[in-house]
Design a protein around this ligand. Sequence first.
Ligand code: MD3
Ligand code: FE
Length: 218
Amino acid sequence: MNTDLFASDNAQQNPAVPIGPGSYFLGGFLLADAAAVLGAVSEVTARSPFRHLTTPGGQQMSVAMSNCGSLGWVSDRGGYRYQALDPLTAKPWPPMPALLLERAQQAAKQAGYENFQPDVCLINRYTVGARMGLHQDRDENNLTAPIVSFSLGVAAVFIWGGLQRTGKSQRFMLRHGDAVVWGGPDRLRFHGVAPVKADEHVLTGPVRINITFRQTGP
Ligand code: MD3
Ligand code: FE
């Protein structure tokens, strides 16, 4: 019998904590299989490498990105969109590894979203100083589906605003192993990530990895 209250298996079974109307925090959700999840990320990025996309305004993003799944999120001078081909390789994005899909669906279910079928898995890589400005995720056709996010490696300060760009925002840490499910009225809230501080994590080195699962279709 497992008597260790702090074992990661137990953290995984912790209930989803509501953090807003439609959003749930699952602290330590990935602790037991973080290494395997990072291994799945490496398999994806061996085929579709991390790259710094250009915004429609012509700025290079400080976050490096890749995708897996039937569609991937891209940005260039022409705008933001989801597309089936990786513009870097001119090939389809790698398929979503089964472990990633299973864990994303499990997180969604624990937050009460039963039929989550993500077709996009966007992988963000932050090194020291990388940040993500305040934005909404509204390129998905299905705004009734939640977004599931996994954080691994170095921690970061997450900035959570409201439904308008201006106004009050909350800040909280996203740490190694945390999952958050963002849905319902919170789905269109502005959000961003403060510049990542110099730090090291045993599994990732000086890097933060964030994985978001999105459902663009019905
Ligand atoms: C709240 N990524 O890829 S994940 C993104 O840590 C993105 O890399 C951040 O924002 C990161 O678009 C934050 C948390 C997150 C993702 C989607 C959301 C929070 C959200 C959608 C609506 C509200
Ligand atoms: Fe976002």
